[in-house]
Design a binder for this molecule. Structure first.
Ligand SMILES: Nc1ncnc2c1ncn2[C@@H]1O[C@H](COP(=O)(O)OP(=O)(O)O)[C@@H](O)[C@H]1O
Ligand SMILES: [Mg+2]
Length: 422
C-alpha cells in the first residue's frame, strides 16, 4: 500500500478544488487562516481535520495520515448505531466518503462531519482554571459523567477518551470525535484496531471491547472533580498532553505528585474515587462494567462492615421538596402551668408526688402540737409556782387549793390545744 499523505501534503491538496473527486466535496469552501490565507488543519496522531463551509453550515473534513482499520463498513455501522441509539447529539456524526481526494497520485478516503464550534477539553478546562470558575468545572464533571453513562448504556465504546477527542461547544455541551478505535456490538469478533488510546488515559494492556472506556472515563471524571475542588493542581500537573494524570501515575506505589495533590485536597469523595482508580491500576485488571457500576456503592461482606459505614454518593436521597406553606401565625402562649395540689384522699396521692412533678407538701412542724408530757409538766410548774406564792401571804390550805386549781386549769388548756382539729 502507498504511504499515507502527510498533513502538509493534504494542506496543499485541499487548496485545489480539482483534488476532490466527488461533487459534494468539490462544492465546499475551505475556511482559511485570517492572516496566512491558507486552510489550517487541526492535527491529532492519525489524521488532520480542516474546516469547510457548505451552504453556510460549518463542516469538518478529516483525512487519514496513517493506516488503520477504519473503513467504509465500520464508519457506516457506527453512523447507523449513533442514529438508532440516540447518540447523535453526543458525537460529531461522521460520514465516510471513499476515494474522496487525490494526493500524490493516489486516492484517499475522507470522513465528513459537522464542525463543532468550541474547544478541546483541555483548552476549555484551561480557560475555566484561569478564571477559577469552580462552579463550571463542577458542572463539567457532571456533564462528563452523564455523557459516559449515556454512551455505555447505548453499548458504544469510544476507545480513545482523552482531552483531544472531547470537544466542548459554545453552549458547554460535550461532543466526541475520532472513532477509529470505537467498538459496538456489531464489531465483536472483528480485528481490533492497532491504536489502544492515549497513554495518559489508559491502563497497561487494555483489551478492545465494550468496557474499555471505563478506566479513561474515571481518569477524566476524577481530574475534573479534583480541579473543581482545587484548580491550583492544573499549574503543576497539566503538561499539554493530559488533564492531571500521566501514564506513570497508574503504577503502584502511587507516590507520584498527582496522588499527593489529591490527598492534600482532603475531600472524602475524591479520596474514594482515587481509591477506586488505584484498584483499577492493579496489574491484570480489566474493566467488566461501566463507570456508573464502578462508582456504585460496593456491597461489603458483612464481616468487613464497620458500624460507621459511609453512605455512598448514589444512595444519597435528596430531601423531598416541600410545597411552600402559608406563613404561620405564632401560636398563642400556653396558659401558665398550675400544678394540681394534692389533697388528702385524692387517688394520685398514693404515688410519690415528686414522680409527678407536683410540689411536695412541707411537713407540719411537730412543736405546734404539744405532747401529753409537756402539758402535764407545764401545768404542774404553774400550779406549784402559784401555790408557793399564795403560801407566803395566806394560810397554807387555801394556797395549796389555789395551786391545784391553777395546775388543773393549765392542764385542761394544754389538752385542748393538743387535740385541736386541723
Ligand atoms: N468535528 C470536528 N469539529 C471541530 N474540530 C474537530 C472535529 N473533529 C476533529 N476536530 C479537531 O481535530 C483534532 C484532530 O482530530 P481527530 O479526529 O481527533 O484526529 P486524530 O485521530 O489524529 O486524533 C481534534 O483534536 C479536534 O481539535
Ligand atoms: Mg484524536
Amino acid at each position: 500500500m502507498n504511504r499515507y499523505p502527510t498533513p502538509d501534503e493534504y494542506m496543499k491538496a485541499v487548496q485545489h478544488p480539482e483534488s476532490f473527486l466527488v461533487d459534494e466535496l468539490r462544492g465546499l469552501e475551505l475556511v482559511v487562516h485570517p492572516l496566512y490565507g491558507i486552510p489550517m488543519p487541526a492535527a491529532g496522531t492519525s489524521a488532520v481535520v480542516f474546516k469547510a463551509m457548505a451552504g453556510g453550515e460549518a463542516q469538518a473534513l478529516r483525512f487519514f495520515t496513517r493506516h488503520d482499520v477504519s473503513s467504509s463498513a465500520r464508519y457506516g455501522a457506527l453512523h447507523e448505531h449513533f442514529t438508532s441509539s440516540g447518540l447523535v447529539s453526543a458525537v460529531a456524526l461522521p460520514r465516510w466518503i471513499d476515494d474522496g481526494i487525490r494526493v500524490n497520485g493516489a486516492t484517499w478516503p475522507v470522513v465528513r462531519m459537522q464542525w463543532v464550534e468550541g474547544h478541546t477539553l483541555n483548552r476549555h478546562v484551561d480557560g475555566l482554571v484561569e478564571r477559577a470558575d469552580t462552579t463550571s468545572l463542577s458542572a463539567l464533571a457532571q456533564s462528563w459523567r452523564d455523557l459516559v453513562s449515556r454512551m455505555q448504556r447505548a453499548e458504544f465504546a469510544h476507545g480513545d477518551l482523552q482531552h483531544g477527542n472531547v470537544l466542548v461547544d459554545q453552549r458547554g455541551d460535550l461532543r466526541l470525535v475520532d472513532f477509529d478505535c470505537s467498538w459496538i456490538a456489531r464489531f465483536s469478533g472483528s480485528l481490533a484496531p492497532s491504536e489502544t488510546g492515549h497513554r495518559n488515559y489508559q491502563p497497561e494492556n487494555r483489551p478492545w471491547g465494550r468496557w474499555m472506556d471505563t478506566f479513561s472515563a474515571l481518569v477524566i471524571y476524577l481530574s475534573l472533580l479534583a480541579l473543581a475542588k482545587s484548580p491550583a493542581g492544573w499549574r503543576t500537573l497539566y503538561n499539554g498532553e493530559n488533564l492531571l494524570f500521566r501514564r506513570e501515575d497508574f503504577r503502584s506505589p502511587f507516590d507520584t505528585p498527582v496522588w499527593a495533590h489529591l490527598a492534600g485536597i482532603g475531600d472524602a469523595r475524591l479520596d474514594e474515587l482515587a481509591r477506586r482508580l488505584k484498584q483499577c491500576c492493579a496489574p491484570g485488571w480489566i474493566a467488566d462494567a461501566g463507570l456508573d457500576d464502578m462508582l456504585a456503592p460496593q456491597v461489603q461482606p458483612w464481616w468487613e462492615r464497620t458500624p460507621t459505614a459511609v453512605v455512598p454518593e448514589r444512595m444519597r436521597v435528596p430531601a423531598p421538596v416541600q410545597a411552600p406553606r402559608p406563613p404561620l401565625r405564632p401560636p398563642p402562649p400556653p396558659p401558665p402551668f398550675v400544678a394540681p395540689q394534692p389533697r388528702r384522699g385524692d387517688w394520685w396521692t398514693a404515688v410519690d408526688p415528686a414522680m409527678r412533678n407536683l410540689p411536695v407538701p412541707a411537713e407540719e412542724p411537730e412543736a405546734k402540737r404539744p405532747t401529753l408530757t409537756s402539758v402535764f409538766v407545764v401545768a404542774a410548774v404553774i400550779g406549784l409556782f402559784l401555790g408557793l406564792l399564795a403560801a407566803s401571804e395566806a394560810e397554807p390550805v387555801p394556797a395549796v387549793l389555789l395551786g391545784v386549781v391553777a395546775a388543773l386549769f393549765t392542764f385542761v388548756i394544754g389538752l385542748m390545744r393538743r387535740n385541736r382539729p386541723d
